[in-house]
Design a protein around this ligand. Sequence first.
Ligand code: CA
Length: 254
Amino acid sequence: MPHRRFSFRMVLPVLVTVVALALAGCQFSYTSYTIDCMSLVVYGLTAKATVANFDSDFDGIADSAEFTLTATDGAGNTLIPPLPPGTFLVPVSMPFGPGDVGVPFINPPQYNPITVTVTMPSNSFLASDVLIASFIGQCPGLPAWVDGLGDGRINRFDMAAPVAVYPFTFEGGVGLRFYQIDAGGHGALILEVTPEQIAAVANPPAANTLIASTSDGAVALYRLTTGEFQMNAGSYVIVFSELDSGAAYYTPAG
Ligand SMILES: [Ca+2]
C-alpha cells in the first residue's frame, strides 16, 4: 500500500472530511482522508475489532476482524476488483494503527462521485455485512453521473433534451437509435441509423455530410469533416465522436 504525505492539494477534492465511526463490530476512526483519480488515502487510521469474523490460524475459532473494500465511480463502475479473503485483518487482541492507508484504484473512474466503502463481510462467523465506513470524493475533471438518464444514452447529461441518442448493436455492428422524448419523458423511436449507413459516408468526409434523417428532416445525423458525428434536432444540436454510451459530447458554439 502506498503511503503518501499529507498535502493541501489532496484535501481539495474531498467532499466529506473528518468522520469517526464506532460501529458494532469495530471501533474505526481516522483523522482525514483524500480521494482523487488514483486512490483513496486514509490518514491516522485506527481500528480495533470488537467482533471476529475471520479464523486466521484455522482452529475453527474466529480471532480477527476481516474488512473488505468496494470502490465505485458515479456510474457504478468497479474501481478495484474483489479482494481475496483475509486481505485486511485486525486481530481482536491487536488494534491497528494509528497509520496511513492508501488504496489504489485499479480501474480508472469515469464519472463522479467516487465512493469507497469498508465493510466486515458476512460469513459463517458473521450473519450479515457490517458497514464500517464510507468515503466519498471526486476525480477533478470527470463528469458527474446524472441519475435518471444513465440508461445508456449518449446525451446523458441533458435533462431537457428533445431527442435521446442511443448506441445500438445491429447485425452488422454498432449504429444509433434516436428517440423523441415527449413532455412526460416517454420516448418514441423516430430514426435508426445502421452501421452500413454510417460506413457509406467517408470518414472524414471532404465536407460535412448527411448520413440519415427522419422523413421530415426534423432530426438528422451528419458526419463532420473532423470525423465527429453531429445530430441536429431543431435548436438542440450535439456533437460526439464515438458510438458509445460513455462518449464525450458537446453542443457546438453558435
Ligand atoms: Ca482462530
